[in-house]
Design a protein. Structure first.
Length: 402
């Protein structure tokens, strides 16, 4: 839904009814994720895409039917069409569950407020009942993040409370997801499937070290949608002229700045200074914070020395297992621009709990469900923990010989 917020906001402002088709579940490989929508108004104007072209015609016709004939929301499923070359289906082999419903803006003023907040750049979650009792199917509830306001069309106080709690949790996590609720007589007696559409504030990328690699990384980070901060204690290097793509330039000692700024589970911390007097206090602090990614640049020798110093500073094995060092994936990168691709590729893989292997070397679905929970505590991956055990053994051997 929020992928077409600009147009829906305008249609709601004009009190223009429309049919909304939303992907509510995805099985296997599919071009677009759950939460993606197409909308069609009474004049036949369409906006959005849910399949990259494979099933758009059928969805458009279903939207027009819902607008013209009325009635409640309808579910449709689109799968692989190999048996009939002219059948409607997904050539990628995946399956989509789509919910199509009529939306009358006059009866859902909260939806206009939520879409306006998205257009203005604020954090919003819209909870959408996509499976459950007929009287609730298609109902929505909005949470405006900054003000924690909720409004919707669910009606039942207990149901609204349970759905709002789920929406707030996903808004904090910054991701759109399908959640199952209900079965609890005290809170939400009905079994419900709720698709929570989330428009979160931009995640942060904190780059420490005003070096050439930081200039390329700040550009790549901004391209990926991060709010980028470059921090360095040296004012001659930390300038807006050198980092035009950064949202913020900070002249301060890295660990001091990190101690007073706001971070969350989506924050990426990239340490490019490879200087112990900056790195060690900074990483010691970063590894104790609930950030999503921590990477540090340096050679193998620098990495081994960094592990030794962090170990001496009291950083635990579990904390060190979170550190990506040397930073980035093995792409053979040499230039700042190539290195920025290597680093951001690792951040993407780490965020999605992906292997980082070539897809040609993997089997199964291309798009795996995310492994993230709703809270800020992220479990250490088994491959990261194993890597730390090996590196610890090697590092301890080196220390004993020093």
């Amino acid at each position: 839904m929020l992928n077409i917020a600009d147009t829906l906001h305008r249609w709601c402002r004009e009190a223009r009814p429309f049919a909304l088709a939303t992907v509510v579940d995805v099985t296997g490989s599919a071009p677009l994720p759950a939460g993606t929508s197409v909308a069609v108004d009474a004049d036949g104007n369409a906006v959005g895409s849910i399949s990259g072209g494979c099933v758009e015609g059928a969805v458009y016709e279903l939207c027009q039917k819902v607008l013209q004939e009325g009635g409640g929301p309808q579910r449709a499923r689109f799968g692989y069409s190999d048996d009939d070359a002219f059948a409607v289906g997904l050539t990628c082999g995946g399956e989509l569950d789509v919910l199509v419903q009529r939306v009358d803006p006059a009866t859902q003023p909260h939806l206009y407020a939520a879409l306006a907040e998205v257009v203005w750049g604020g954090p919003v979650a819209v909870a959408h009942i996509v499976d459950g009792p007929d009287e609730l199917l298609g109902s929505t509830l909005s949470v405006l993040g900054d003000r924690h306001l909720t409004a919707g069309t669910l009606g039942e106080r207990a149901v609204e409370g349970a759905v709002a709690d789920q929406a707030r949790a996903l808004l904090r996590a910054g991701r759109t997801a399908l959640a199952s609720l209900g079965g609890d007589a005290d809170t939400c007696p009905e079994r419900l499937s709720v698709l929570v559409h989330v428009h979160a504030s931009r995640p942060r990328m904190l780059i420490f070290g005003a070096v050439d690699f930081a200039a390329a990384l700040s550009q790549a980070g901004r391209f990926l949608g991060y709010r980028v901060t470059v921090c360095d204690a040296r004012p001659v290097f930390a300038t807006a002229a050198r980092f035009p793509h950064a949202d913020e330039i900070v002249v301060d000692w890295p660990h001091r700045y990190l101690s007073k700024t706001t971070v969350d589970a989506r924050t990426a911390v990239c340490v490019l200074t490879h200087d112990a007097k900056f790195d060690i206090p900074l990483l010691q602090l970063a590894l104790d914070l609930p950030v999503g990614y921590i990477g540090a640049m340096g050679s193998r020798r620098t990495h081994d020395e960094r592990l030794r110093l962090l170990h001496e500073a009291g950083v635990t094995a579990d904390q060190l297992a979170r550190l990506r060092s040397p930073i980035g994936l093995d792409l053979g990168a040499r230039t700042p621009e190539e290195t920025a691709v290597s680093i951001t590729a690792e951040i993407i893989a780490d965020t999605n709990r992906a292997s980082g292997l070539p897809l040609s070397q993997r089997t199964g679905p291309i798009h795996e469900p995310t492994a993230y929970g709703l809270g800020d505590d992220q479990p250490i991956r088994e491959d990261v923990a194993a890597r730390w055990e090996v590196e610890t053994a090697v590092a301890e051997l080196d220390w004993s010989q020093a």
